[in-house]
Design a protein around this ligand. Structure first.
Ligand code: PHE
Ligand code: NA
Length: 433
């Protein structure tokens, strides 16, 4: 079998993982989930979900990946007793399904970049979305987005993924800061910030059963957890740096990008009176494009915004393709470029279904059902099945004492499964009603 690839440096790994984490979830989904779930009230629950559940779950995936040096499916048979490969398989399946609709939304972003250049959505945001979001235009743009994703993954871990994300992440940060600064100059920005940042705890209490699954689903999705992606990425670690430190950097950067996107989007929505309201998969695009059509320099700002969104989407889609691709590369020892093309093509074909108007359905299924199931099994595996040497992987390369590892282990054994099982129960109930 070919020599397994590794990242060239610690920073390379961190960039790639941040690239996976920072995506449509931060810039598209997060501000609009927050807007439709009561603003700051949602933000509070979401931040708790990210730090109390997401962060320790990322450590589980890193421990499994670095310890096993295997793709997300084989890793489970390597480290445990009995056959737990199904736990990884659920995640890889989630990656695959998510890639299919993520690429469709990536295609929308490409159409919006074109629309920013031609002025196609100015003054007719609703019509424009209708014309590009489903049918042949959507499928064409989906094909372009998938082709770019395939090309990067075919290039390999160091030359393709690492190089692409090292350029994209700084670009996203700089452009978002610029957008947020521009947003602060808009009339009504104060109302936007108020809705975004001052929580109404009554809203949490009265919408608890819908806020919890949305916040947890968003937390897993945004951190790329439950997909096997972070397992695959950690499996390419050739060195023993501190996993908790790397994980903290990734979680914090991902959160910064989401919060920044909120600082850009909320003033824009407030300036055009679009702060509250329902959010289907397309609402975000319609609301923003509508705002860009009304605001000074909106067309240029729109172009910048959608370019940021495209970079973010690509640095994530490559990781979505990498998870299933690394499984096939390890398992069948086929050359990486061939695998990237093959897996990408199948995912493209599945994506034709969401490209006919089912992005929202796919999205809800992944958020409410697949992700909590995947995380539940990963946590049960790490907590109760994996052998002790695997668990001690957490402390390698760190100054952490045994106490910290034990604390984490009990958190993984008890707290995460209970919280996630409850989320799953609420998510299933919401999905089927
Ligand atoms: N984390 C990405 C986002 O927020 C989505 C994603 C999930 C990407 C899983 C890769 C793997 O958009
Ligand atoms: Na994210």
């Amino acid at each position: 079998m070919a020599q397994r690839e590794t990242w060239t440096s610690r920073v390379g790994f961190i960039f790639a993982a941040v690239g996976s984490a920072v995506g449509l979830g931060n810039i598209w989904s997060f501000p609009f989930q927050t807007a439709s779930n009561g603003g700051a009230a949602f933000l509070v629950v979401y931040l708790l979900a990210v730090f109390l559940i997401g962060f320790p779950t990322m450590l589980i995936e890193f421990v499994i990946g670095r310890r096993s040096k295997q793709n997300a499916v084989s890793a489970f048979s390597e480290l445990g007793y009995g056959n737990w490969t199904f736990a990884g398989a659920i995640g890889v399946f989630a990656s695959f399904i998510t890639l299919s609709f993520y690429s469709v939304v990536g295609g929308w972003v490409i159409s919006y970049i074109v629309g920013s250049v031609t002025g196609g959505y100015l003054g007719q945001a609703g019509t424009f979305f209708g014309s590009i979001s489903s049918g042949t235009v959507a499928i064409g743009a989906h094909a372009v987005f998938m082709a770019v994703t395939i090309a990067i993954v075919a290039g390999g871990v160091a030359d393709g993924i690492e190089r692409a994300t090292k350029f994209m992440i700084p670009a996203i940060l700089v452009l978002l800061v610029g957008l947020a600064a521009w947003g602060s100059t808009l009339a009504g920005s104060a109302a936007g910030y108020a809705y975004y940042l001052s929580p109404d705890f009554g809203v949490i209490a009265s919408n608890f059963t819908s806020i919890v699954p949305s916040a947890m689903g968003q937390a897993f999705f945004t951190l790329s957890l439950g997909f096997g992606v972070m397992i695959a990425y950690a499996s390419y670690l050739g060195r023993d740096d501190s996993l908790p430190a790397d994980s903290a950097i990734i979680v914090v950067l991902n959160t910064v990008v989401a919060l920044l996107a909120g600082f850009a989007v909320f003033p824009i929505l407030a300036a055009t009176d679009a702060l509250t309201g329902s959010t289907g998969a397309g609402t975000a695009f319609v609301a923003l494009a509508g705002a860009f059509g009304q605001l000074p320099a909106g067309q240029v700002i729109g172009l910048v915004f959608f370019v940021v969104l495209l970079f973010a989407a690509l640095s994530s889609s490559i990781s979505l393709l990498e998870a299933p691709a690394s499984y096939v590369v390890d398992r069948y020892d086929v050359a990486r470029p061939k695998v990237a093309v093959g897996v990408g093509l199948v995912s493209f074909v599945i994506g034709i279904v969401p490209a006919y108007g089912y992005v929202g359905l796919f999205n809800d299924f992944v958020f409410n059902i697949l992700l909590p199931i995947a995380v539940l099994f990963i946590a049960l595996f790490a907590g109760w099945v994996a052998n002790r040497e695997s668990i001690d992987e957490l402390g390698r390369g760190t100054a952490l004492g045994q106490g910290a590892t034990t604390l984490w282990l009990w958190w993984v054994r008890v707290v995460i499964p209970i919280v996630v099982a409850y989320t799953l129960y609420l998510g299933v109930t919401n999905f089927y009603t």
